[in-house]
Design a protein around this ligand. Structure first.
Ligand SMILES: Cc1ncc(COP(=O)(O)O)c(C=O)c1O
Length: 379
């Protein structure tokens, strides 16, 4: 099978698997235990905290390891709101957030929070003027993701952070799709909190981290929590965290080179699947985008059909965010950038990764050409 769904998840790197196995067999002590085996696990944990903080220019004491991006988003937003409940009950966000944020915000409305969703332009980028206009005296927090999982749009976090800082609004950003792909600098962007996930960068599933600016106050979501400085309950997954850090150490030094390589593969793929009898459009921005996330629509064919045909021919692609699959709803991202329901249903996403080769792209082009010719001649 040709795997072109790296934005959904990635295979673990060999090094990460080896580190997981070694730490799980040799350093299996509970990192909270007071004996030497606990201490050995704790040493690995604290080293990991320091290393990951360095990757986004944060401080080790602001890092909390979690079970992944979804949990990081949930805990970050709730912990920060609990710690800052005097300022007000107004939150700013977008319609493009991952379901873990969208659902958290929906739930918060039941507790009296008001949410303003700032509009995005046709490329999926937050309109800065609209953001400024959305700010109220009672705005306590803004949650705006960094990179879109469906069309790859990169938000200008530095410009957004500048606006929010002037009003002392807590700035949370879901960086799950950008960590290990492009630079994240929490200080440069005035970020108060971010979420990252291991399985998007060749680390194990069920591991992630949340960073909270240590100068911000927050309160534990679950009373009586002791692990991770009261941020998240549960025995800490030290082998998973060590493997996550190993995976991050592998991808971060080569992320620029990889984005450049993906740009070439993307061009080749998009050009190669065009045909005289059909029209393929790239959905999303033409610059300031994650080059490995390729949003496409083919006029007249539902994305679901293309995905199933690709699967039949041995290519794994997606019709959008994996977390929305099964709901049979048109992509929220596509609707937010002004596409109709019909257009949104035509959407497919191909996402490239470190194992994607030229040969795989050529084979994918052949497969698309084969079934598209059949489909359009059959009409
Ligand atoms: C933007 C974004 N945020 C959060 C998540 C959830 O991360 P996890 O699977 O680690 O919970 C995803 C995963 O698809 C994502 O794309």
């Amino acid at each position: 099978m040709i795997y072109l769904d790296y934005a959904a998840t990635t295979p673990m790197s060999e090094k990460a698997i080896n580190v997981y196995s070694q730490v799980a067999t040799e350093y299996y002590g509970n990192s909270s235990s007071l004996h030497d085996m606990g201490l050995a696990a704790q040493t690995i944990l604290e080293e990991s905290r320091k290393t990951i903080a360095g990757f986004f220019n944060g401080e080790a004491k602001g890092v909390y390891f979690t079970s992944g991006g979804s949990e990081s988003n949930y805990f970050a937003i709730h912990s920060l709101l609990k710690g800052n409940n005097k300022k007000g009950k107004h939150i700013i966000s977008t319609k493009l957030e991952h379901s873990s944020i969208a659902n958290t915000l929906e739930d918060l409305q039941k507790d009296g929070y008001e949410i303003t969703f700032v509009p995005v332009n046709t490329e999926g980028r937050v309109e800065l003027e609209a953001l400024s206009e959305a700010i109220r005296p009672d705005t306590v927090l803004a949650s705006i993701h960094h990179g879109n999982s469906e069309i790859g749009t990169i938000q200008d976090l530095v410009a957004i952070g500048e606006i929010l800082k002037k009003h002392d609004i807590i700035f949370h950003s879901d960086c799950v799709q950008t960590f290990g792909k492009i630079e994240i600098d929490v200080k440069k962007a005035n970020l108060d909190s971010i979420s990252v996930s291991s399985h998007k960068i060749y680390g194990p599933k069920g591991v992630g981290a949340c960073y909270i600016n240590p100068s911000r106050t927050w309160q534990p979501v679950i009373p009586g929590t002791t692990h991770e400085n009261s941020f998240r309950p549960g025995t800490v997954n030290v082998p998973g965290i060590a493997a996550f850090i190993t995976a991050a150490e592998e991808v971060l030094p080569i992320m620029d080179v990889e984005q450049e390589r993906f740009q070439g593969l993307r061009r080749k793929l998009v050009d190669g699947i065009q045909g005289d009898a059909w029209k393929i459009s790239e959905v999303g921005p033409s610059s300031k985008r994650l080059e490995h996330i390729i949003g496409l629509s083919i006029a007249g064919i539902e994305g679901q059909y293309i995905m199933l045909e690709c699967n039949r021919y041995g290519v794994a692609i997606s019709t959008g965010s994996a977390c929305a699959v099964g709901m049979q709803k048109p992509s929220k991202t596509l609707l937010a950038i002004g596409k109709s329901k019909e257009e949104a249903k035509q959407f497919i996403r191909l996402s490239l990764g470190k194992l994607t080769t030229d040969a795989e792209i050529e084979e994918t082009i052949d497969i698309f050409q084969r079934f598209l010719k059949k489909y359009f001649n059959d009409l």
